[in-house]
Ligand binder design. Sequence first.
Ligand code: SD4
Length: 346
Amino acid sequence: MKRRNWIKTISFAGLFHNLAFSKETKLSTNKITSTKNRTPIVLSTWHNQGVMANSKAWEILSQNGSALDAVEAGAKMSELDINNCCVGLGANPDRDGIVTLDACIMNEHHQCGSVLALERIKHPISVARHVMEKTPHVVLAGSGAQQFALSQGFHLESEELSPHAKINYENWLKKSEYHPQINIEKNEINPPKKLDGGEFNHDTIGVIAMDAHGNLSGACTTSGMAFKMHGRIGDSPLIGAGLYVDNEIGAATCSGLGEEVIRCCGSFLVVEYMRQGYHPTVACKKAIERIVSKSKLKPSEYQVGFIAINKKGEFGGYSINPNFDYTVTNPIFEHEKRDTENLHLK
Ligand code: SD4
């Protein structure tokens, strides 16, 4: 269906809430039982890759497809992008030179699946979906996850690094310094933080969506922190940390320093704040404040950013430091770039 026709056929209820909510607005209730005729929406972390992910997801949502199919298809776009530093097989390796991928997915039935430290498989997000749909388990890790993927018809890809990852890794090896840092590349307070190859160290993609039936789903996929210890797992494939969906309430995902997110069950926390009636932006802000209050790190030296949507199609995001952006697509906003609000640290 052409975009313009689609716009005519959907309801606009709820869309304008985002344009006019006060910062600390606490809504009376987010619990909506009817799931008919909702306005679809999809959000992805970052704008550089979010446009591609949202375009793909929107093809599905605008044809009455499911949020689950949409988020998987969106996440796969980043996994396919061989130039992406931080998602898929083209990404930077760990400190042993091995690309290990993490992903998770969650649907409207509160089912979820994830893969940890998966090697040589092109689409970890789809393997995560297979874990959710084809096994009685939630998480498969390492060689077991790979074995399962192969049994499901996924192909074993080359272990060779992509050209840009090879350069980055060779540069990193010169000093081999272990100083994990993420997502503060455009921080105005500190000097820009880039990988030694000159590349920005971000791009974990989290995609959350609501379909026309009012069902919510989410997906998150990453190679994790560049040059991490072999076996290190961040927040991204952990349900409740990098992603959480409660079909009665909303969905949240994030990018940033995984260790800090895990400690606070970040995405779960955002959804719980929405359950209490907070607008998605406020819910994200409160989760960020919790992380900062518990962390021993200086907030200006690391980044975490959340994005969230609720059952009304309201959305928002919040990060510790500036320059965390995301992409929103609904019948009003066509792959629009949004900068999250942030703590405005001095
Ligand atoms: C991690 N959260 O592994 C991921 C990294 C990330 O943008 O978000 N990069 O900790």
